[in-house]
Write a protein that binds this ligand. Structure first.
Ligand code: 2NL
Length: 363
């Protein structure tokens, strides 16, 4: 049976639960428990049907009023909880526009000195009319050695200088290129002279000590034309070296040497001053060997489909890692490839400061 006291108790209980609901989900549970199909208030409303007309006169309005007050309390609490949730979100998502901007990759990322130097020499030789050619790191014996006039049995062709891949079923041994010359061979075979090309890239030799790493970087240059001669070579090298080292002039010294792919062959020294912690190019009384060069051997021209009775040319090769160390004062070659991010933060270059002749190579 229903009496007014138990209705008051029920209302007090439901209102207390509404007031105590901590969030919208808890409030919904309270609503279902009170006004849902089998809710405490709904069950009370169902008892009206079994009442006498007299009782119904008393309890009908009382129960309806109770239900309305519960519904109103639910709506009010729901609005309050939604307000509180919005306030909390606004507080947690508040943006302090006075905070300093977080450093982007553009500020923290660095270009490796070897990449920087490759970009620098590309800018310099591009301005002289050279194009840039690249080729695969894995090469054939023919392109790396035979076409370049290396005789069978030449020491460079032996296991102790060259990384060979496992022999293929047909007996061919591919290898990691020991210089970028195969790219020039490919260029001569696919391009009608005149040719002006540089070939920068990774090269590999079975060598590891204070001044050698098994992987290193090289840039070779090649000019093929009807009358390309050593005077042109000398001008190209001087122009390159003084622009690269950002000095007003350089002095070069050519010494006779030997390479299988050039005749005559020369080693080139540049005048410098050797100080305890740096080498200054373009001044002083010391000489520093910087590259090798020569006139392309007629056998090489023939092997590459170029008629040596019509065309001649010159070529040179130099180590990128070494000229990078010289220019940027890095003391140990092996640091270049140790992947130490602190070293890169110190010696690296800012990502968008791409070297150009007009905008400055290294500044
Ligand atoms: C060195 C010497 C050199 C070449 C590389 C070359 C390429 C072709 C034909 C003829 Cl396809 N020559 N390259 C020529 C002379 C020297 O490199 O000491 N490099 C670090």
């Amino acid at each position: 049976m229903t009496d007014l006291d138990s209705l008051n108790a029920l209302e007090a209980d439901v209102l207390a639960q509404i007031a105590g609901a901590a969030d919208e989900a808890a409030l919904e549970a309270v609503r279902v428990a009170a006004l849902g199909k089998k809710g405490s208030v709904s069950e009370k409303l169902k008892t009206l049907g079994a009442m006498s007309p007299e009782e119904r006169k008393t309890f009908g309005p009382a129960l309806n009023a109770l239900r309305d007050r519960v519904a109103a309390a639910l709506a009010e609490r729901k609005a309050a909880l939604a307000d509180a949730a919005l306030e909390a979100r606004l507080a947690s998502e508040r943006l302090d526009v006075s905070l300093p901007v977080r450093e982007s990759g553009l500020e923290t990322g660095r270009i490796h000195p070897v990449s920087q130097v490759m970009d620098e020499l590309t800018a310099i030789f591009s301005a002289m009319g050279f194009s840039v050619a690249e080729g695969p790191d894995i090469e054939t014996d023919e392109l790396n050695f035979t076409a370049l006039n290396f005789p069978v049995g030449h020491p460079a062709r032996e296991m102790h200088d060259t990384f060979f891949l496992p022999e293929k079923a047909d007996g061919e041994r591919l290898l990691l290129r020991t210089h970028t010359s195969p790219v020039q061979v490919r260029t001569m075979r696919s391009t009608q002279p005149p040719i002006r090309v540089i070939c920068p890239g990774r090269t590999y030799r079975f060598d590891m000590d204070q001044t050698h790493t098994p992987m290193f970087h090289q840039v070779e240059g090649l000019v093929i034309d009807k009358e390309a001669h050593l005077g042109h070579l000398r001008w190209v090298l001087e122009e390159f070296l003084k622009t690269f080292f950002e000095v007003p002039s350089v002095e070069l010294r050519f010494r006779p040497s030997f390479f299988p792919f050039t005749e005559p062959s020369m080693e080139v020294d540049v005048r410098c001053r050797k100080l305890p912690n740096e080498v200054r190019i373009g001044e002083g009384d010391d000489w520093l060997e910087i590259l090798g060069c020569g006139m392309v051997h007629p056998n090489v021209l023939r092997n590459c489909g170029v008629d040596p009775d019509v065309y001649q040319g010159f070529a040179w090769g130099m180590g990128i890692d070494r000229i990078a160390m010289l220019k940027y004062g890095m003391p140990d070659l092996r640091d270049l490839f140790s992947a130490d991010v602190r070293w890169l933060q110190h010696y690296g270059f800012r990502p968008l400061d791409f070297p150009t002749l007009a905008g400055g190579l290294s500044s």
